[in-house]
Design a protein around this ligand. Sequence first.
Ligand code: BGC
Length: 440
Amino acid sequence: MPTLDQAITSLQQQMNISGEKRRYISAAFQREMGKGLVGEKSSLKMLPSYFTNPSGQEKGIFLSLDLGGTNGRVYLLELLGAGDFKIREALAFPLKGYDQKSAGFYDFTAPSATGEDMFDFIVGKLKEIIRQDIVYSLGLTFSYPCNQEGPDHAVLLSWTKEIKTAGVVGRNVGQILTAALRKQQVNNVTLQAIINDTVAVQLAGAYGQPDCRIGSIIGTGHNSCYLETTGNYLAKPAIVNIEAGNFDKLPFTMYDQELDMHSNQPGVQLMEKMVSGKYLGELVRLIVLRFSEEGLLFKSFFSQLSTPGIFSTQDISKVLGDNTKELKTINKLLIQQMGITTSAYEERLGVYKICHAVQKRAASLVAASYLGILDRIDCSYGSHVIAVDGSLYNKMPGYAKYLNEALGEDIKGNIGTVTVKAVQEGSALGAALAAARPKY
Ligand code: BGC
């Protein structure tokens, strides 16, 4: 039986994505992009949007609706031109939670709810920030894979991020939203655009920076998009939603396989399951559980660790942010969250190292995919901005650093500069820009 140190070293080796592995992964990513574009079998869907980069001249007041993971947000947003904007009103609401008025729990992400129920609820929220005497243009950021059949016509291909709302897959979400607006007599709001959140981030990034040709989300879910300009695949240049989270040419460990097996949809979104917030906490739990089973960590707390979801991705952030000498934050988290009432310093350090290995691999894999996209759009790596939004990139200690380090290593020695730009409120700004722009 290995010691804890040996087991951690072996895990670090399995999780290590060297520069060579990254180049291999990025080449595979690029190949899958090419296949997806011409409609060949590929793990990358390559879904064209109806939008290109903004001019920077867009101005005016717009409504944005952001439907991401388990939260929705409505905004009244003013575009001021050249990258500048002002949020005039914002309202965030969970899609599952407790409703004070009816004194009951609701869950619009469960199969017991329909798309109509969900959009009725959202329109109710929208009504809280609009006036009846003003006419509004609305942009919807909808963060799921859709076949775009028009700027305001997006057919949901499948739910991701474990959402299960009934009766939406295969339908135009724009039509469900518009029907909900009219049902509640909201006749002064017109849906102008539906975009993926990656497209929203790219539009937001490019609003003040025309060199922005890649948009990406690293939050609850993961995905990227880019500006496809070659005339061979599309009638006109357009931003293409890659659906990068479904990429599957990756070095999986047994922990990844186990996580996938117990997920809502095994066999899909395999990259997302290795890099994003919905899954990383659970991945760490599975590793710690295995270590516990082998008597290497928290031997007498095996049953607590057996509960799925007991360790979240936010917990990884807490662990990685623990700068105390005795790792007191980790200790507190183990006690309060997981009922692990006693732990040795070495065990806490073990948890830290596991979180670190999982995080570093995630950042490195995302960097490999960016390299694949860069190779496709400009293999000499001129000046490019990659706009990124999402809680992991913006908030998890170390994620942005490791991603930038890996990317820097990969493009070292090339001309031009590649900058990763953190974008805040990308979904809201992007939806407003999409609603404002002349259509494709
Ligand atoms: C969805 C993408 C989305 C990403 C980030 C994934 O689960 O499939 O469409 O862009 O999450 O929110």
